[in-house]
Design a protein around this ligand. Structure first.
Ligand code: HEC
Ligand code: HEC
Length: 455
């Protein structure tokens, strides 16, 4: 047993966090899939798995850190591209954490992607891909053989917001720049969505939350005057509609599909779920590249990676019973942050890894879509998610984000550089919560931030 890992008996902590009673339970953000670690590895440890599962996890970690190269390069697994955004999952999700927004317009987007579509829907009600560029701008091709589709960067414009006590918060507003397009202009109808890589730990638990539970949360929320709605998206494996859970607009129904989608769209690697490379008709060089194995990622290796992403545990809270943190927790509830960032839910049965089932977890999300106002809108629908809708992101582990990733690029496009900026950007359905925060005296804001940092 790794020191610092919670043993499978529920609330027994292996390492010395002296917590008692209630607060001890509250600190267990991921139920039994909680680990006590505040180092850079905090997002990288498995929950209570043992025996052959540990080997699966280790192999899956290797897959997550695997470099993919294009035929016939050496130094990695063959099968990347012909177009892609990166060569390793961990390039974007370093330490299983979040990406880092590009700081200047001279930097190409690295741990971020740009989704594309045109008005209308595909055959399953999802976004309609651009005829020449597909549904994501791939900024890497194969040197001398396949051109990248284009390049993207972000210019930031500053904007000031005043809090009630007169202090000023400097916000930055992104402006997407797309250049060097290889297949002609995107056209006037183009819709874009800039997205930063979110953290991936705890995803197994969110995968295990029953659809019924998500609908119940939506019902309860209505009574509070909120309008959270589940996204309903296409499940490729079952060929049916399902509740969306993953991605900033909850457009992926399962962790399996999310992982396979990442392979295809982010790295150009085919899997048994998505067997076809991403080459629109006009991209002749892309279409002509010889294929290696089909799929490029064999099912066994994919399953190991999937197991890894399922088993990654959630870090335990720190200082959960500190008086300032408790005060912040009260303010978080009072400002109705907790209406969307729901503190507690239960996972359902999960045959793929039964230990993830029946857990009381504290993800601080409702997995629902909310209208977040014009300032955050991307203008691009994604299944039932409208142009201003975003899925409430889980807040568990957020206090360790700077430690693991050296930064806190928050919100869907990484525009917020700290928690305060992220809160001040809230609008739409969350406008009253934002206003409550803006009106708080400094001490209360600090208590609220101390609470968020304890997650
Ligand atoms: C080029 C950067 C990039 C690469 C490489 C990448 N991802 Fe991601 N990942 C993202 C972005 C951006 C999102 C959010 C997508 C969205 O909003 O639809 C995401 C979302 C996810 C999520 C969902 C998290 C959540 O809570 O919604 C998982 C899980 C994930 N990626 C796993 C992987 C795996 C596994 C790989 C390798 C096969 C991978 N990613 C490669 C950028 C990347
Ligand atoms: C109406 C639902 C709703 C309410 C109320 C709400 N949030 Fe959010 N929160 C969201 C959504 C949706 C996002 C993602 C928005 C985006 O990425 O553009 C978000 C994002 C965040 C983030 C950034 C998380 C990340 O990983 O990037 C933080 C921090 C946060 N909220 C804290 C709060 C706090 C504190 C309050 C109360 C003052 C609050 N929220 C109230 C829905 C809500």
């Amino acid at each position: 047993m790794h020191s610092g890992i919670l043993v499978a008996t529920g609330v027994t902590l292996v390492t010395g966090m002296a917590l008692a009673g209630e607060s001890r339970l509250a600190a267990l953000s991921g139920g039994e899939f909680t680990v006590v670690d505040e180092s850079q590895l905090a997002y990288s440890l498995p929950g209570p798995i043992s025996g052959p599962q540990l080997e699966l996890f280790a192999n899956g970690r290797q897959e997550f850190q695997q470099r993919w190269v294009v035929l016939p390069s050496i130094g990695g697994k063959w099968g990347r591209g012909p177009t892609s955004n990166a060569e390793i999952c961990a390039d974007c999700h370093a330490g299983n954490g979040r990406g880092h927004a590009a700081e200047t317009r001279k930097e190409s987007l690295a741990s971020m992607v740009v989704r594309l579509s045109i008005p209308g829907e595909n055959e399953h009600g999802g976004p309609r891909p651009h005829p020449h560029y597909g549904d994501q701008l791939q900024n890497q091709g194969e040197l001398g053989r396949v051109p990248p589709e284009g390049d993207a960067s972000i210019a930031w414009n500053d904007r000031e917001e005043k809090l009630a006590d007169g202090s000023v918060v400097l916000l930055r507003v992104p402006q997407l720049l797309i250049t060097n397009l290889a297949f002609g202009p995107l056209g006037p109808e183009i819709m874009t969505s800039v997205r930063i890589a979110p953290a991936v730990f705890g995803a197994g638990l969110l995968d295990a939350v029953a659809e019924e539970q998500v609908r119940e949360i939506a019902e309860k929320q209505k009574a509070l005057g909120f309008n959270g709605r589940p996204n309903y998206v296409w499940n490729t494996a079952t060929q049916s509609t399902a509740i969306g859970r993953f991605g900033w607009k909850a457009s992926q129904p399962t962790l399996m599909q999310q992982d396979a989608f990442a392979f295809l769209n982010d790295m150009g690697v085919t899997t048994h779920l998505f067997k076809q490379d991403n080459c629109p008709d006009i991209q002749v060089a892309c279409r002509k590249r010889p294929r290696g194995m089909i799929p490029e990622q064999p099912e066994r290796a994919f399953d190991e990676l999937l197991f890894y992403t399922r088993a990654l545990a959630v870090p335990a809270r720190r200082h959960a019973e500190d008086p300032e943190v408790l005060r912040g927790e009260f303010l978080f509830a009072q400002a109705q942050c907790a209406a969307c960032h729901v503190a507690e839910m239960k996972t359902g049965d999960y045959p793929a890894l039964p230990a993830l089932g029946g857990q009381a977890i504290h993800p601080y999300t409702d997995l629902l879509l909310h209208d977040m106002g014009e300032g955050l809108a991307d203008g691009r629908p994604d299944f039932l998610a409208g142009p201003r809708d975003w899925r409430t992101p889980p807040l568990w582990g957020i206090g360790l984000s700077a430690k693991v990733n050296g930064n806190a690029s928050l919100l869907h496009d990484g525009r917020a550089r700290n928690l305060t900026e992220a809160i001040v950007w809230h609008d739409g359905e969350a406008a009253a919560s934002r206003d409550a925060f803006v009106r708080m005296p400094k001490q209360e804001r600090e208590a609220l931030l101390a609470f968020l940092n304890s997650l």
